[in-house]
Ligand binder design. Structure first.
Ligand code: SF4
Length: 477
């Protein structure tokens, strides 16, 4: 791992303040001042959360970012770059034009870097544990790397730690987890998807050590976050945790949220790989007391059927974290943006995972993900019984029923159920899921979903898709 800090890595500052910018400045001051981290003429890369075309706290707090840039400039930084890959192949330039980010940064003397617009030669291939990782050369060659991380809840890892933020220094394509089944191992039972994801996250993290890590939890999106959904809500904690060891900073952040090391699979693996400090007694805590500032927050639900949606019935089979995460976002999107649509649709069932139970109804059955598709190929719900057209006998004088029993019991025939919406993928991606649903329901049945999908297509996905195609990357990343 490339080291780039002069600061004692065991120091972690917990700051509580009424002002988000002061909370960051005071933390850096307590750690010895910005000049301990940034030298004169340094080129600095600030990795931020730039996830989706949504406001703060889905993305970074602009106040915190501005404050950090001003501090770096005061320390004599020659160049300050800001960036990170947005989610699902969305383009940085799209987000920038929605959020006004480029000009905002230029006015502060910093430069927004669209990592997704860079040509292949702007990436260096770094070998980590036999894996070739495409890592931005700009970050590799910067004198200093800072992680400014907005902390919120996360459906897979409880909260969005700085190490998770770091992972979006590589593209969505590089982040994609390929399903690799190991001989004699049950992929779903072992949640191999999550294990492989954690391994990839730490491989990327191990490339270059940040000099400063700031977990900004001044405002914290709890409940359904980390995006703004119907069941998300924001709380003001006034807290910021900072230090130079990302693992130690994340550990203290989790402790503030009453989560132990043993409950954090990422930090446990970081401990195995000796990527930072995972023993609280080795951390030199500065500022506020850890015990006196512990928070009670609402985390994301751990079970998909706890996301209750009007007229929607979920049947879950064996599932791994891949489908859990994507279905979590899709269900929350439906709950947030399809409330009115679902009044007209009246009933829909969602089957997810391997061998899900039969749906409650044969109408509007959404089969989500390759496991559900494969394991329900010959299920009962795929066929429906309909009355045969000529189940009556016609005479010259008119139509006479054959007998009383045939009148009560028309002859039935089996037909393929066409009320099924298949969403393939391992796991399926949000963009494809929404488009498939809109195509099936149409504007009349799902006007709200159609409207939001059109907006996303117009302003986010279409533009991103063009750029992805240009780079020769599949759109399902
Ligand atoms: S289809 Fe979904 S549940 Fe099945 S292995 Fe892939 S991600 Fe996991």
């Amino acid at each position: 791992m490339i080291e780039n800090s002069k600061v004692n890595s065991t120091d972690v500052a917990i700051i509580k303040n009424d002002s988000p910018t002061k909370a960051i400045s005071n933390g850096i001051e307590l750690l010895g001042g910005i000049s301990r981290f940034i030298g004169k003429e340094d080129s600095v890369f600030i990795k931020i959360n730039l996830r989706a075309p949504s406001g703060f706290p889905v993305n970074v707090s602009m106040d915190s970012l501005r404050n950090l840039i001003i501090l770096c400039k005061k320390a004599g930084a020659k160049e300050i770059y800001v960036g990170g890959f947005p989610e699902n192949g969305v383009k940085t330039s799209t987000l920038s034009s929605i959020l006004g980010l480029k000009s905002y940064l230029e006015n502060l003397g910093a430069e927004l870097i669209s990592l997704d617009d860079q040509v292949t030669s702007s990436f260096s291939i770094v070998d980590v544990n036999g894996k070739n990782i495409e890592y931005p050369t700009r970050v590799l060659e910067s004198d200093k790397l800072i992680i400014l991380n907005q902390v919120s809840v996360d459906p897979l890892f409880k909260c969005t730690l700085s190490i998770l933020n770091y992972y979006s220094l590589v593209s969505s394509k590089s982040q994609k987890i390929e399903k690799i089944i190991r001989s004699g191992k049950d992929y779903l039972l072992l949640d191999q998807y999550k294990q492989d994801l954690i391994s990839n996250i730490l491989d990327v993290f191990s490339i270059k050590k940040p000099c400063l890590v700031i977990n900004d939890m001044f405002y914290f999106l709890e409940g359904a976050g980390p995006f703004i959904f119907k069941d998300s809500s924001i709380i003001r904690t006034g807290l910021v945790v900072s230090g130079s060891d990302a693992v130690a900073v994340d550990l203290i952040t989790l402790k503030l949220l009453k989560i132990d090391l043993l409950s954090s699979e990422i930090l446990l693996e970081a401990r195995n790989r000796k990527l930072g400090i995972t023993n609280v007694s080795e951390i030199n805590l500065k500022g506020e007391s850890l015990d006196a500032n512990k928070l009670i927050v609402n985390f994301s639900v751990y079970k998909l059927n706890e996301i209750t949606i009007n007229n929607t019935y979920l049947q879950e089979g064996r599932i791994c974290s891949g489908c859990f995460k994507e279905a979590y976002y899709l269900l929350n999107f439906m709950k947030t943006h399809m409330t009115k649509d679902l009044k007209y649709i009246r009933k829909q069932s969602i089957l997810i995972g391997e061998n899900p139970p039969e749906p409650d109804t044969v109408e509007n059955v959404i089969v989500f993900g390759d496991c559900a598709l494969k394991s329900t190929k010959n299920r009962d719900f795929r066929y429906i019984q309909v009355p045969k057209k000529d189940s009556t006998i016609k005479t010259v004088r008119g139509k006479i029923k054959k007998d009383n029993s045939s009148q009560n019991k028309p002859i039935m025939k089996e037909k393929v159920n066409k009320s099924i919406i298949e969403i393939p993928g391992c796991p399926p991606d949000m963009y494809m899921s929404l488009n498939t649903l809109v195509k099936y329901y149409g504007k009349t049945k799902a006007p709200n979903l159609s409207f939001y999908n059109a907006l996303l297509n117009q302003f986010v996905f279409k533009e991103s898709e063009k750029s992805i195609k240009k780079k020769g990357v599949n759109s399902d990343v």
